[in-house]
Design a binder for this molecule. Structure first.
Ligand code: HEM
Length: 464
């Protein structure tokens, strides 16, 4: 990736280095051009705690890549940190859900949503995952026979969206699953624009984008409220996430209202699909370039599964495949950065943090820091052979975040990624179209800019 490194006038008038950037706009142009490269370079050149000027309209943020400071903010004194203003912009499109909530409101939502990710519900979700991947396999078989390339990133987005929608509402909602997936797309794209462009017109302004977005939100609401209403009326007990959310009660014995349910549902759809899809895409891309690793994955599949498709119970035995996914999430964490805003003045592992400061803690940068990870740019799943390396230290690896707000869907997504990967790799080998090395682009997650175009080839069921 080409990147003109910004000159970094670091004034050390305060103890923390300051990256001033350009007049008026600060470092914003560099960040918008290549956020991953910018923050990686800045942290390498200026150290683990840096003040970053974002220009007149946006103020500044504190870039933190020191694991001890991160542990304090996300875990030790988490109550002093809110999601803050970067996330606030998403509320108008995504609703008021667990991902964006803060304080007591967040705590209540977390307690109400957690049972939906219990072992019993995960087992039911496992069936949804297995049945959903079979549809993709049929499509890939046709493509393999015709020697046609397939955009696997697009296929994974479709697959993971279908999985979360069916895990939420059950497998039998028919065409309404498609209606939800169609409506979610423009909502996600607008969310992505709002993260980076503060000056988006409010939703009531009738711009073409807003009109499209409002129509999509109306359709999403119509279908979701219908499904909630039907389930409430029928009183039927199911194993899906909606059932768990409807049954959940807080300390006062109160459950979620329809509006709160709708917002949590949209939150889970948003958080639970693109993250998983991008991780899967980067995994297949890496395996196509690292053939020894690929052969080791195939050998493990062949030993543990033989010719049969994976079941949820097999997954704990696929330890090398798990290590591959963990290494992918080290190099390409789908949630590349996490941010918080301080409520009151604080000292985090010796670093003074004033009330109101926005702190940015990018796993993408920490995971690529040589002090914690020798040969940080190298792809080496053996690092995770025995699980997360004990000597790496806390918050040197946190693709699912950490502390009380750690990802609620971590097990769900690991299970989904292993089922999808194991099923696909048993049947197919994938090769990149020559010259089509995908380029990462930062959207809500870090995804391949023009998709992931690969040619599937059918292999023996035992991977031979
Ligand atoms: C590879 C896949 C995934 C990755 C890398 C990932 C990563 C993360 C990260 C880093 C956070 C913490 C954000 C923060 O602290 O600001 C988070 C939160 C969350 N994730 Fe995930 N996630 C993934 C998949 C999922 C799935 C599949 C679901 C649901 C089905 C999900 C649901 C959530 C929820 C509800 C939260 C908010 C938790 C809270 O604030 O209490 N995630 N995720």
């Amino acid at each position: 990736m080409s990147f003109a490194a910004p000159s970094l006038p670091l004034s050390r008038s305060v103890e923390i280095p300051f990256a001033r950037g350009l007049p008026l706009v600060g470092n914003l142009p560099f960040i918008l051009k290549d956020p991953l490269g910018f923050f990686l370079r800045l942290s390498r050149s200026a150290g683990p705690v840096v003040r970053v000027n974002l220009g007149r309209s946006m103020g500044e943020l504190l870039l933190v890549t020191d694991p001890a400071v991160i542990a304090h903010i996300l875990e030790g004194n988490a109550a002093n940190y809110r999601k803050g203003r970067f996330y606030g912009r998403l509320r108008a499109v995504f609703g008021d859900n667990i991902i964006l909530a803060d304080g007591d409101d967040w705590w209540r939502r977390r307690r109400l949503a957690a049972p939906a990710f219990s072992a019993r519900h995960l087992e039911a979700a496992g069936w949804v995952m297995t049945s959903s991947v079979s549809g993709l396999m049929e499509r890939l078989e046709r493509a393999a026979r015709q020697r046609e390339p397939v955009d696997l990133f697009a296929a994974f987005m479709e697959l993971t969206l279908g999985v979360i929608v069916k895990a939420l509402f059950g497998v039998d909602i028919g065409a309404r699953a498609e209606a939800i997936t169609a409506a979610v797309e423009p909502v996600l794209r607008e969310g992505e624009r709002r993260v980076w462009w503060p000056a988006r017109p409010p939703l009531w302004v009738p711009t073409p984008t807003n009109r499209k977005l409002r129509a999509a939100l109306a359709e999403l609401d119509r279908v979701v409220y219908d499904l909630i209403g039907e389930r409430r009326r029928s009183g039927e007990q199911r194993e899906d996430i909606l059932d768990a959310l409807l049954a959940a009660r807080d300390d006062r014995g109160e459950g979620l209202t329809d509006r709160q349910l709708r917002d949590e549902i949209v939150g889970l759809i948003v958080s639970g699909h693109e993250t998983t899809a991008t991780t899967l895409a980067w995994t297949l891309e890496a395996l196509s370039r690292h053939t020894t690793v690929e052969s080791t994955v195939r050998a493990e599949l062949s030993e543990i599964l033989g010719p049969r498709l994976p079941l949820a119970a097999d997954l704990r035995h696929l330890s090398y495949m798990r290590a591959v996914l963990q290494e992918i999430m080290r190099l390409n964490p789908a949630v590349w950065t996490i941010s918080r805003q301080a409520v009151a003045d604080d000292i985090a592992a010796g670093v003074p943090i004033r009330a109101g400061t926005v702190v940015m803690m990018p796993p993408h940068v920490v995971h690529r820091t040589a002090v914690h990870w020798p040969n940080p740019e190298g792809f080496d799943p053996d690092r995770f052979r025995e699980g997360e390396p004990k000597d790496a230290g806390k918050f040197t690896y946190f693709p699912f975040g950490g502390g009380p707000r750690r990802c609620l869907g971590a097990h769900f997504s690991m299970m989904e990624m292993q089922i999808v990967l194991a099923s696909l790799m048993q049947r197919f080998r994938f090769s990149l179209i020559p010259g089509s090395l995908p380029e990462p682009v930062v959207a809500l997650t870090v995804r391949p800019r023009a998709g992931l175009w690969m040619i599937p080839e059918i292999v023996q069921p035992n991977g031979a």
